[in-house]
Design a protein around this ligand. Sequence first.
Ligand code: VGL
Ligand code: ZN
Length: 208
Amino acid sequence: MSCLLIIDVQNDFMKDGSLEVENANDILEPINNIRNNCSFDLIALSKDWHPENHISFASTHNKQPFIDSIITKSNHSQLLFPDHCIQNTKGSEINKDLIIKDNDIIINKGMDIEVDSYSAFYDNDKNSKTELEEILKKHSINKVYVCGLATDFCVLASCLDSVNCGFKTYFIQDCSKGVSKNGVDQSLQQMKNKGIIFINSSDLIQNK
Ligand code: VGL
Ligand code: ZN
């Protein structure tokens, strides 16, 4: 059984958003194309879903986005971003041009004001998790196809957790965009080391 896992295709990460990923809107067409032309048993979408004054916001600490970072309780470094994906704002909505259907599963993450969560499975200190792993196991999913935003943050973390949860994991390259070239290169290397399989949307459509 297979699941398409679409990470954080939300306005704030797209054109004119507060944490815009370059060319993010280019992934809408290939994602819609695979969901229309391939038969996944389940489609899940994650949403970065922060409260105001979230720990990952530079403004919360009177610091500068991207330049400053802070050390969190569990001793890891938290990068600081512009305010983004605040619950129930335009910026946190999934892009209107992405196809969503009634049976799709929506996973909210990053709601804890003190702990960030890049992955759709576990938060960054691995102390709490979303309902995603249970839902996938309940549906007997063994293959997870991951895509979305951003390759070097939430897509990477979701791919690594997917492998750790025991799923055969695929990263769909042309359905994802990253923040920096360096970050993406390092992320691809980490994925490779974990045995994640790289594919493009055309591979899925040819083999459907
Ligand atoms: C993300 C940075 C902060 C992402 C979310 O979706 O990749 N990146 N919050
Ligand atoms: Zn975030």
